[in-house]
Write a protein that binds this ligand. Structure first.
Ligand code: AHG
Length: 280
């Protein structure tokens, strides 16, 4: 496991360099969801694949940028699912982006996740790793220095509602509005990593990416985005559920690129989600 975290650190430093140096043009390819890939997406994917492929304990890797998982060592134990550069469309406006990693055993189902991590490329590079607890590190010179353990309070102040408002279901609109009526403040950049990082670091709040009437299963992918963050929120003392009130970590992976409606927050806000979605 330590060697996987070390590979994530090495990848993070190389990706940061690529963000600073790579031209922001499109590659001649689309990812498996049909989205056009930036050269930077392709470059970040290649960097992570290169670093993870050196590790004998990894059996399979699966990238958000590739249609299928790749077996790298038949006798390996771990499966790593990753989104190399989440929110990459924000790079050209110089907003923060991130890389997300889920470390699984046996299969990519939520229950088999045993650790997860993400990197935020912002004004500084930070790494958050969740094993038994959730720890935050900052890149200084060439090393990731421990900053703090992340623990959520029972109730936060931030509201990060994703997806196109025009397509929200009425009960979702009511949920979002009720939090604003309680004094919650809007914090949404369009990058899952910085948006969830803000909620984690400020002690709580709600990030929602619901099913909508044009995309009932939402947008965010289970294996690469949703399960890793669900694990982090639970370990930090929060909760992560779908629109049926089921823990995200109880969901199966299904198709490797399957999505799900998802809600991440502290206990109070997740209770609110349950309340507003109860009769949906
Ligand atoms: P992409 O990597 O294609 O830019 O998508 C980013 C993801 C996620 O990071 C973010 O939370 C969400 O898409 C934002 O989607 P909306 O703009 O639909 O809210």
């Amino acid at each position: 496991m330590t060697e996987i975290i070390e590979a994530i650190k090495k990848s993070a430093k190389r990706i940061q360099k690529a963000i600073n140096e790579e031209e922001l043009t499109y590659a001649q390819s689309c990812n498996s969801s049909g989205e056009q890939q930036l050269k930077l997406d392709v470059q970040s994917d290649m960097i992570i694949e290169e670093e993870l492929s050196k590790i004998a304990s990894i059996k399979t890797i699966a990238s958000e940028e590739k249609s299928d998982p790749i077996t790298i060592n038949e006798n390996g134990t771990y499966l790593v699912g990753y989104d190399p550069l989440d929110g990459s469309s924000l790079v050209d406006v110089n907003l923060s982006v991130g890389s997300i990693f889920g470390i699984y055993e046996k299969s990519f189902d939520g229950k088999n996740l045993i650790a997860s991590a993400y990197v935020v490329y912002g004004p500084r590079v930070e790494l958050v790793v969740a094993g038994v607890k959730v720890e935050r590190f900052v890149l200084q010179e060439d090393n990731f220095i421990f900053m703090q353990e992340i623990c959520l309070k029972d109730k936060g102040k931030l509201n990060a509602p994703g997806a196109t408002q025009k397509h929200w279901y009425p009960h979702h609109k009511e949920l979002v509005e009720s939090l604003f009526q309680e004094g919650y403040r809007l914090r949404y950049s369009g990058g899952m990593v910085p948006d969830l990082h803000q909620i984690l670091c400020k002690g709580g709040g709600l990030f929602s990416y619901p099913g909508t009437n044009d995309k009932p299963e939402g947008k965010l992918r289970r294996v690469f985005e949703v399960f890793p963050f669900a694990y982090i929120f639970e370990k930090a003392g929060g909760e992560a559920i779908n629109d049926k009130g089921v823990r995200l970590l109880e969901l199966e992976c299904g198709n490797i690129h399957a999505t799900t409606p998802c809600f991440f927050g502290s206990k109070y806000e997740i209770e609110k989600v349950r309340e507003f979605y109860a009769n949906a």
